[in-house]
Ligand binder design. Sequence first.
Ligand SMILES: [Zn+2]
Length: 274
Amino acid sequence: MNRESGHYDRALLRRYLGGDIGPVPSASIEAHLMACPSCRATLAELSDPATLRRAWDGVRAQIQRPVLSPPLRALRRLGLTERDAVLLNASQSLRGPWVLASAAVFVFVVAAAWSSSNLATACYLLGAPLVPLLGVVGAFVTGDSLAELANTTPYSKVRLSLLRTLAVMVTTVPFVVGFGAILPGIGWLSVAWLGPGLGLTLAALVLLTWWPPRVAGALLCAAWIAVVAVAFGRHDVVLTVRPHAQLVYVAITCVTAVALAIRIRLARTPGGYA
Ligand SMILES: [Zn+2]
């Protein structure tokens, strides 16, 4: 400290910046700096602006880094880039599928616990494929903050649409399969619904290139409910996932995948972001 001015001289502040003085004098300087604008200004002159900017950017990035939801953390581990994860995390629409999957699981458990195994099976086969379908449709319902973001950034809209679909599938499918596996009387049906589930979800993505999400979702839900109702009327609801039915779903999946690729080529993106 300079006795006359009551401030630290430049040489000492330079040594402080270089880390060349001990912890006790450093603490004393820091206490003075907190109260002295003049010494802070001197310190700023002596500091390297590039180093300061780097340090500040690092602090800011750490503070602003969002906390990712569990499904997105899982996707990060599987190789999703941080940029994609942060963008998906900003989407309100991904919370819907979580709620949907939880609600569906609750309904399955109640149906299995309180009804005959036939009705529980029907409930499961009816509900399971609708969970990812409704999750994907819900992810494209307007009012999502991501929709505005997608419209104002140069980010690939197709990539974003497919990423959202992937995130919904990762969120909902393991839930529904897992609970089917532990429910009594479901057995192999816990994976048999994946055929119609995939067909319906891809069909939704294709229809979403033409129609609003609610219309596409309602149409496909009605179609699946009709299929299950017909089988239920024949007292054989498992008919909907028997091998010959699975072949139909594989065909639907192939046709819709090609249709989706063509629609995307024509610059039509699911959800209408094109
Ligand atoms: Zn001072």
